[in-house]
Design a protein. Structure first.
Lengths: 340, 340
């Protein structure tokens, strides 16, 4: 019997035309709080009572129709969360019933009181892992693992911007532990010491008047050949053109609304530089199940030990979420969480 | 005994700082007509009496210090030409003495009455190949072969701009003969029929008011996934963002002084698009000697048969070249040639 639940449901389906801002102007234009009917539980699927679900930058792309997959009209938004499994569609999921798990909202969105999830993609949570850490256990940590893998292809040093973000901190720790030398770029001063403690070899502040001089010195000393970019502004382009031959600009996010210009196109020709994108959904199928499982296990261990911690900006109940998410998101680099 | 010759010699060595225009403002700032001493002939090297040498866009990059190799102060500019071998530094080159050859100016520049060249890179010319075709036998044709190889990796359709250039026409013929579907982009109307006859499946005019509509229709019909770019302007960037998922923007020249902006960076992330450069000097070592020799032989056959023809804008003697090259270059899409 199909289950009805309360959800932040998408008003429109499919893709929007043209670019969209990183952060939407008004969530009410894209979502509405209402009852939705969940899909019937298939074999290998489970019903999850959602405990917490984070607001990721990719959720904003998706709900505006600017993500790599089309919106499902009338379904909840939300890519991941943690919750308790309360029913299973077949034998595969039955052993999960009663367990607290991290899950992906690939079958129905996670911004809802209940969600349908693939049992195979549910990760049972250790007791030592908090709800908060469990809710953001999949997208950011797997992205960090895959991006640091990509950075390593360019040598032992790399540059990452938006380094004070949750994902940035995960990458700094991972990179340091693997003997790499990450150069962290942040927009405003204040977190330099914290980021060095988190694993950064160098910290650069892009709003500083001598940013490009500082960057030039760090680039000369460390020769980073990969630039992991979640910002996409002109400062990032300038940094790319200051990097050595064969540098790769790997774009995985777009926090700035600037359209950076390519001022030195000869570098593509003569220095073998490249621009590429990174999307977890494209990389995951190429990641072996063993590598993915090992990465998730490692991630969970880091959270359980307290090496990593998900910083929470605010927990917001479902019924006031549409008014409160954007102000909370604007206030802090920590995660905004929905507690349905 | 070292040989002295008349040459267009480089005033400065090394690299210039920052970007340079595609076409220099004044050649006298970079070159002077004077006597230079050629390097001693080493084993495997030959002395060539130059007959003709073309002015390639890459020469302009080089003489301004904006190429991928540093300028050699006091040496002649000029990357290639044809001439008659008049002396050899060892047994390897002796069989070439008296022969008319295409040569690369890698040991001393080709914009001179004499040049020193590697015997192994000299290509004896069939009688049916004219001086004009022989002078431009290496750089453009090998570039065309390597770029069409790259285009084929993306499927059977691709886009190339500056399609009315000598190199563009070479690629159109090559692509058509190999069963590919090239979409030719030109800036001004007038050569549509000629380019269709040369091999273009579609011809688009980038200054036309409905350019993007036309481009959209061609892209929808043919699904080109590689964009071979010698221009680097905003229209090229717009075209790239109108192409389907996994499209590659391959930059091999920079005729425009615009710095195009990246308006839809989400396409790198979600559509797997990429930007890369192409430089013959980087590709040649990866090309097997057999493939390179086969390509050159094929090129020479095309010229000998009259399938291909180097269009000449003007032949200019060495002693007035510094005043006459730029006006001649501006007047025509054909090759400007120096006849020392």
């Amino acid at each position: 019997m199909a289950q009805v639940t309360q959800a932040l449901a998408l008003r429109e389906g499919g893709f929007a035309r043209g670019p969209r801002p990183q952060v939407p102007e008004d969530l009410h234009a894209h979502l509405e709080l209402r009852e939705v009917t969940l899909p019937e539980l298939g074999a290998g699927q489970v019903l999850v009572e959602v405990i917490l679900s984070p607001v990721n930058p990719s959720d904003f792309f998706y709900l505006q129709g600017a993500y790599g997959q089309p919106r499902q009209q009338g379904q909840a938004a939300g890519f991941e969360g943690c919750g308790r499994v309360i029913a299973a569609g077949g034998a595969a999921g039955e052993k999960l019933i009663g367990q607290r798990v991290a899950f992906l909202g690939s079958l129905s969105g996670a911004w809802a009181k209940h969600a349908v999830a693939e049992a195979a993609l549910c990760i049972p949570l250790h007791d030592a892992v908090s709800d908060v850490d469990g809710a953001a256990l999949i997208v950011n940590p797997l992205t960090a693992v895959a991006l640091v893998d990509r950075a390593r292809e360019g040598g032992d040093a790399f540059i990452l911007n938006a380094a004070a973000s949750q994902l940035g901190r995960l990458m700094l720790g991972l990179a340091r532990d693997e003997g790499l030398k990450p150069v962290a770029v942040i927009r405003r001063p204040g977190e330099e010491d914290a980021l060095r403690a988190a694993g950064a070899t160098e910290v650069l502040v892009s709003s500083a008047p001598d940013f490009m001089d500082q960057a030039g010195a760090a680039i000369k000393a460390l020769k980073p050949r990969v630039l992991l970019d979640a910002v996409g502004d002109q400062a990032t382009a300038d940094l790319f053109f200051a990097m050595p031959a064969r540098a790769a600009w790997v774009i995985y996010g777009k926090m700035s609304d600037e359209a950076p210009s390519l001022g030195q196109m000869g570098q593509f020709i003569f220095m073998g530089k490249t621009v590429e994108g990174f999307w977890l959904s494209r990389v995951l199928p190429a990641l072996s199940p063993e590598r993915a499982a090992a990465a998730i296990a490692q991630v969970q261990k880091r959270f359980a030990r307290g090496d990593w911690q998900t910083r929470v900006a605010e927990e917001i109940p479902l019924d006031t979420a549409l008014d409160r998410i954007l102000p909370a998101y604007a206030r802090s680099a920590g995660k905004v969480m929905i507690r349905p």
